[in-house]
Ligand binder design. Structure first.
Ligand code: ADP
Length: 619
């Protein structure tokens, strides 16, 4: 079995090459070793006196062979890759030539000067050389054996046949020594090949790991692409459902109709939350979630988180309290959206699991080191609490304290997993203390840098735009989806904005060339010409004219990096679907021409006639 494995190994070209390469490397180190040995032996014996020509011949031979072996080892790659067999044969010849010469040394000295000091010195040198070969030639047991036998072998018959008494007995010592080095050679040879096999296995494993990781990378990319597409596909109809429901809710409805529509809207909102949670979770899993860092007001973020939750808190008889420490700097650097998301999730859970109780959202300054503020954000409730045994795994994905709560309260079990990952990404820590039946407290410790007051707060800018009227703004809307176009048009018309709707990017460019608009709302995925190409073309044509029409991307893609892509293509801002009317208004106000920045909104809505036909029109 072992033999079969060994011979199989020897036939693996890769392993053979490695073995021969090692042979060449080690041979290079000892190519000229016989030269100094010969010189030293000649100096401490009388060899150079009674055999000067032979000594000189040996020196010349070892010099030439040393040179040839060096050259042969250096040319390993070129010779071996062409013909490995030839390389090994040449190597064997270059090794065996000095063996013949060295094997002749013992008889030569014995016959010239007898069994004296000179012979012992020569014998010692030959023994040393044969011992050294066990390491330098362990790759090839055949060559090694021939080498050792060739060097020491001739000494044995010489002593047995021509020696007498104690001299004859010396042959026994040489036989024992030779047997020892042969056994040692076999051992080294085995060790060498098992090392080589292990190295080869490691290489193969590394290669298969590399392949597996390349495959995994491809799979992650495919998953990312799938997510991007799914997100787009689901958000597009969701945009229609949520937006149009909102519009219907604003019209005259009887009580039952209103009730039904409220349910449609809340189901739509829930569905959207679930889609967003799954998307976020997948992004975090794939390591594709990057945090932003911009100045923001923590107080604003807390208010923004708590405000929409008031109605549901009230409906469950809960008191919702906000406690804010005034020592917290007015502006901090960080990802305000993600902090809002975490707080919304924690506070939403508290409301869900508390009835007729109290929910407190608080932010406290724990201390600071230079600019770095240590902050404690807490969401505390007097709800049902979390059983002790469930607390340890509560931050894991799909983990819910009680299976039955899934039915009673609903939820994906992803919210806390996402929140804790986000906190982790921010370099913070989230902890839970809870007593079943008494309530829970989620505490987040975050270290955030204080931002200087001169820096612009990202969340302040848009809030100012509530006071700006967009009355009469001329907007070009490029959108291929009928329902979404209808919805966007309606939302824009409610603001008394004049809308021209086109179905694709090419028509958008044409409409922009022939008419005058204040702003473009550009869908990205469109037939004929997409929003990116249309933007690039508009920006190219604008070059040198000094004009710049604000283009706001309007897309169902919500994946990380997409915003940057839109900006890269020359767009100015980015709105995701489902359209949030307030966000759309604020973003447009940010980019509206100067004259609109001064306008104050009129009371009441302007219900212009609906324009649902896609026609490029002058507005
Ligand atoms: P979801 O709420 O969508 O199920 P989460 O990850 O947000 O997922 O929460 C996981 C589980 O943790 C919940 O299902 C609930 O069992 C428990 N939980 C979270 N917050 C609270 C809380 N404030 N009070 C009681 N239980 C909670």
């Amino acid at each position: 079995m072992a033999k079969a494995k060994k011979s199989a190994d020897h036939h693996i070209p890769e392993l053979n090459r490695l073995a021969n390469a090692e042979l060449a490397k080690r041979s290079l180190r000892v190519s000229f070793v016989y030269l100094p040995v010969t010189i030293i032996v000649a100096l401490i014996t009388d060899l150079h006196k009674y055999a000067p020509y032979q000594t000189l011949a040996y020196l010349v031979l070892f010099l030439v062979v040393g040179f040839l072996r060096t050259r042969h080892a250096h040319r390993f790659d070129s010779i071996h890759d062409q013909n490995p067999g030839r390389w090994l044969k040449q190597f064997s010849i270059l090794v065996m030539i000095p063996v013949l010469a060295l094997g002749a040394v013992f008889p030569l000295v014995f016959f010239q000067s007898g069994a004296g000091w000179d012979l012992i010195i020569c014998l010692l040198s030959l023994c040393g050389i044969s011992a050294g070969a066990t390491s330098s030639m362990s790759a090839r047991i055949g060559i090694l054996r021939a080498f050792q036998l060739g060097i020491l072998g001739p000494a044995i018959p010489t002593l047995i046949i021509f020696g007498e008494g104690r001299v004859q007995a010396l042959s026994l010592l040489i036989i024992i020594y030779l047997a020892q080095v042969l056994i040692l050679g076999r051992y080294f040879h085995k060790e060498f090949w098992s090392g080589l096999r292990a190295q080869h296995q490691l290489k193969l494993r590394a290669k298969s790991l590399e392949e597996a990781s390349a495959k995994a990378e491809l799979a992650v990319k495919a998953k990312g692409d799938f997510l991007a597409n799914m997100s787009h596909e689901i958000r597009t109809p969701m945009n229609g459902i949520i937006g149009l429901t909102r519009l219907v809710l604003e019209s005259d409805l009887d009580e039952q109709q209103r009730d039904f529509m409220e349910d449609v809207k809340s189901s739509g909102d829930t569905l959207l939350t679930i889609i967003n949670e799954i998307l976020d979770f997948s992004k975090i899993e794939a390591g594709g979630l990057e945090l932003e860092s911009a100045p923001f007001s923590l107080q604003n973020v807390l208010e923004k988180a708590i405000h929409p939750l008031r109605i549901s808190a009230d409906s469950r008889g809960n008191e919702l309290i906000l406690e804010y420490d005034d020592n917290i700097p007015s502006l901090l650097n960080g990802d305000s959206h993600r902090i809002w998301q975490i707080l919304t999730n924690l506070a939403g859970n508290s409301i869900k699991f508390t009835e007729n109780g109290k929910i407190t959202l608080s932010a406290e300054m724990m201390g600071h080191s230079g600019n770095l503020c240590s902050l404690m954000l807490k969401v505390d409730d007097t709800g049902i609490g979390i059983p002790e045994e469930a607390q340890a795994s509560i931050f894991q994905s799909f983990s819910q304290a009680d299976g039955s709560t899934t039915r009673k309260f609903g939820g994906t079990g992803l919210g806390l997993a996402i929140s804790s990952k986000l906190v982790e990404l921010m370099g913070g820590a989230i902890t839970l203390t809870s007593v079943e039946g008494q309530g829970s407290t989620f505490a987040i410790l975050l270290n955030l840098e204080a931002a200087s007051d001169e820096s612009k707060s990202t969340d302040k800018d848009t809030s100012k735009n509530h006071t700006i009227s967009l009355d009469g703004l001329r907007v070009l809307l490029a959108e291929d989806n009928n329902v979404n176009a209808k919805l966007a048009t309606r939302l824009l018309e409610k603001l008394n904005i004049k809308v021209a709707w086109v179905l694709d990017g090419a028509l958008a460019v044409e409409a922009w060339q022939n008419n005058s608009y204040d702003l473009v709302l550009m869908d990205v995925q469109m037939p004929v010409m997409d929003g990116f190409d249309a933007t690039v073309q508009i920006r190219q044509e604008e070059e040198g004219t000094g004009n710049h029409i604000p283009i706001i991307a309007l897309t169902a893609h919500a994946l990380e990096g997409y915003r940057e892509l839109c900006l890269e293509k020359g767009m100015d801002d980015f709105l995701t679907k489902p359209i949030n009317p307030r966000k759309m208004r604020e973003t447009m106000a940010l980019w509206a021409p100067e004259e609109y920045q001064q306008k104050i909104p009129q009371n009441g809505h302007h219900n212009n006639q609906q324009n649902n036909q896609p026609v490029p029109q002058s507005v």
